[in-house]
Design a protein around this ligand. Structure first.
Ligand code: PMP
Length: 360
């Protein structure tokens, strides 16, 4: 029995066996400000209406036309120009994985500024592609344009990711820096706009001007993190290649129907996003006025801040029933940094009350 199991395990790639599964922190019963979820649910009457919509979905059939219709509706919702291609993912995480699969061939590398979204590097590793992380400027987390250009020149990356706004730092990049990077990039550039509902700018114009620029979005931060719908926009020749790798039924009929429902009620979600943007500014101003914590301005639904002892701040807040993320270990530039997701006004007030006692 064990010999058989050992033999089977020996067939699994050593790098996979040495890796760790993605961990989500336990969060039952706490104020959950750790992974950039929209804290608002739909108003109860809409939840009930959604329930009856989902109840009418034919679960015995594989997803087909409805997901195609959702793709068309998302394309229209995105504001991308006519003729833009779209591919749907089971969350944008899956799209990152598919992009990496599409590019995985000898000599290919993936490049991104760091710190940024960790899944870029994880997916590259899964395809055994070298990942080149170019450190951001330490003081303001802006792109180090010259270092980015030098790394592009040296590695000729098949794929460059620019998270816009960036996770975990929350900022948008300088427009001229983006333009120069896009011009220098020999392969695909993905503008990852997961946080677009909270940002003052987007990359649709950039995408319209450069056929090698793709824009990736998700319904997760919109308010549907549990539903799992991501989408990749861009030149149909490129999205068409990713479409070939997409598992045929990756977006379930329930996901598609919930996605539709959300688009039909986009005004409700837009109002939630507007509240979160206002709350972000309120929390930012309050953090700025506190001793022992230095926040960076954000265009996302999170704020990165440096404290004296991130592990202690995390534990003290956790003991007070508030869950944030200690991102210190993710990159040397993030030493003693915590990332705080913007919650409801009540949750943010609880955070601001608990914080002073958690900073010493
Ligand atoms: N891109 C960025 C920058 C993110 O921060 C996240 C999630 N935190 C994602 C993509 C993935 O989002 P999802 O898979 O939920 O669409």
């Amino acid at each position: 029995m064990t010999a058989r199991l050992d033999q089977a395990l020996a067939r699994i790639r050593p790098d996979v066996r040495a890796s760790h599964a993605y961990q989500v922190q336990p969060s039952h019963g706490v104020v959950k400000l750790d992974i950039m979820e929209n804290p608002f649910r739909l108003p109860l009457p809409l939840q009930l209406k959604l329930g009856s919509r989902l109840g009418a979905v034919a679960l015995n059939r594989y997803p087909a036309e409805r997901t195609g219709e959702l793709a068309a509706a998302l394309l229209a919702h995105s504001g991308a120009p006519a003729g833009t291609g779209i591919t749907l993912g089971n969350g944008s995480d899956e799209l990152i994985s598919l992009l990496t699969v599409a590019l995985a061939q000898p000599g290919a590398t993936v490049l991104s500024p760091v710190p940024s979204f960790v899944i870029y590097e994880m997916c590259a590793g899964q395809q055994r592609l070298p990942f080149v992380g170019v450190p951001l400027r330490a003081q303001d987390f802006e792109l180090d344009t010259e270092a980015m250009l030098a790394a592009i020149e040296q590695h000729q990356p098949a794929l460059v990711y620019l998270s816009y706004p960036n996770n975990p730092t929350g900022n948008l990049w300088d427009a001229e820096a983006i333009e120069r990077i896009v011009q220098a990039a020999p392969g695909i550039v993905v503008m990852d706009e997961a946080y677009q509902p909270f940002a003052a700018q987007d990359s649709l114009d950039l995408m319209a001007r450069y056929p090698h620029v793709l824009v990736m979005r998700t319904m997760s931060k919109f308010g549907l993190a549990g539903v799992r719908i991501g989408y990749l926009l861009g030149h149909p020749a490129l999205t068409g290649e990713i479409e070939k790798l997409r598992p045929p039924f990756n977006v379930s009929v329930l996901n598609a129907e919930a996605g539709f429902f959300a688009l039909e009620h986009a005004a409700v979600y837009a109002e939630q996003a507007a509240t979160l943007r206002l709350e972000r500014e309120r929390v930012f101003a309050a953090l700025q006025s506190l001793q022992g914590i230095e926040p960076w301005p954000s265009q996302g639904n999170m704020i990165l801040a440096r404290v004296r002892d991130a592990a202690a701040t995390f534990s003290k807040l956790r003991a007070a029933g508030i869950l944030i993320k200690n991102v210190s270990a993710a990159h040397p530039l993030l030493s003693n940094c915590v990332r705080i997701t913007i919650g409801t006004p009540e949750e943010n007030t609880l955070l601001l009350q608990a914080l002073p006692g958690s900073l010493t």
